[in-house]
Design a protein. Structure first.
Length: 387
């Protein structure tokens, strides 16, 4: 059967080893993983099945983890993961969206039959797709287990990428460039904002002549006209007027690895306020990128930005970036390091970030961003598109 696994088995085993080391530090015998990005990271499993309960279970004393999901998704696990067939566990469709039964009851029964010697379990308390009911059923049916919060345990391992992961992110960066070019070209007086989004989406999926694109974790965000002060607005069907600004935030995605990119474009000549704001944002970005190197902390990077834009009379009270990598909807961020005051995470080679120091005022905003990888001496951009 054709395999869609993107990494060698050795790389997956190295990831498992790193995760087990953190499990030992926390005193965990077993780890229940429900974040789709972490499931993918540890097993390679890739499917749009996260709308129903699914998990990967890592036992400290076993070399290979288990995948647990809907029965009709087992073939997807066979096609995309490196796991042995005997490691693929499932539940029947009668458990899907049932008001009475829950898939975690099936997993708990399996645990009770085979794994009663393990005592301390870790679960991802703040994972998007791990519900309170799922935890309730696990706790009720696995009464011998003591459950602990292991939120971000795998995410922290993900922060330092392998060279193969960086290669995939660079491919995502190539796709982001093409998508941004398509969006830029579509911003014309009289064009509908939804048609700008359509042009971007087509380019994101078509990718390049050498490789296609994957669906990104976030749809194109396109605050336009009077809405640029609201950073997370998507498209409307309104037509652009002369001078209307459009913020384009998107990402290229390859093999679930992301390279986000944002630019602010104007339908014809922008007004003076937008121009001054863009100059401040651009200078801040360039100052930060020139100074990034291993050994700096996240908060030191943010301070460089604040000092630069302060000379233009601006300030920004939200973070200016975050770590990125493999992910699924609804977010491409890793939820670990953030470029903001108080974050003392030290930059290391092969960490990747989305630097997004936009400034949103009361009635207007400018957003320009770059994705970069920390190198031995500085940083390397994942995308090349004029600011």
């Amino acid at each position: 059967m054709r395999s869609l696994t993107l990494f060698s088995k050795n790389e997956y085993l190295e990831r498992i080893t790193k995760v087990k080391k953190k499990m030992e530090e926390k005193g965990l015998d077993v780890l229940f993983i429900s974040d789709p990005a972490n499931i993918n990271y540890l097993t390679g499993y890739d499917g749009w099945s996260f709308y129903v309960p699914q998990m990967v279970i890592v036992f400290l004393e076993e070399d290979e983890p288990y995948w647990f999901g809907r029965a009709q998704d087992v073939n997807g696990a066979r096609a995309t993961s490196w796991l042995s067939p005997c490691r693929l566990l499932s539940y029947d469709d009668e458990y899907v969206h049932s008001r009475i039964k829950h898939p975690m009851e099936v997993l708990a029964s399996w645990m009770k039959r085979y794994k009663t010697k393990v005592k301390r379990a870790g679960v991802e308390m703040e994972a998007y797709y791990f519900s309170p009911r799922a935890l309730q059923r696990l706790e009720r049916k696995c009464s011998w287990l003591r459950f602990n919060d292991a939120h971000l345990l795998v995410n922290e391992v993900r922060m330092i990428k392998s060279n193969t992961e960086i290669m995939y992110m660079k491919k995502a960066g190539n796709i982001a460039e093409l998508a941004m070019e398509a969006g830029y070209n579509a911003v014309q007086e009289g064009a509908r904002v939804c048609d700008v989004a359509a042009a971007i989406s087509q380019a994101q999926i078509s990718g390049t002549a050498e490789f296609g694109g994957d669906y990104p974790a976030i749809v194109p965000l396109l605050p336009a006209g009077a809405l640029t002060y609201a950073p997370h607005i998507s498209w409307t069907d309104e037509a652009l007027k002369s001078g209307d600004p459009v913020i384009i935030e998107l990402a290229g995605c390859y093999g679930r690895y992301h390279a986000p990119l944002a630019r602010t474009v104007s339908a014809n000549k922008p007004n003076d306020i937008m121009t001054r704001l863009a100059e401040a944002v651009t200078e801040g970005i360039e100052t930060v990128l020139d100074q990034i190197k291993p050994g700096l902390s996240c908060e030191e990077i943010e301070q460089l930005w604040q000092e630069t834009i302060a000379r233009h009379g601006y300030c920004k009270d939200s973070r200016i970036g975050y770590s990125i990598g493999v992910n699924y909807p609804p977010d491409w961020g890793e939820h670990t390091a953030s470029l903001r005051p108080g974050d003392k995470t030290i930059l290391e080679p092969n960490m990747a970030f989305h630097l997004i120091p936009g400034i949103w005022l009361e009635d207007v905003g400018v957003e320009i961003s770059e994705s970069f990888v920390v190198t031995e001496e500085g940083c390397e951009l994942l995308c090349r598109f004029p600011r």
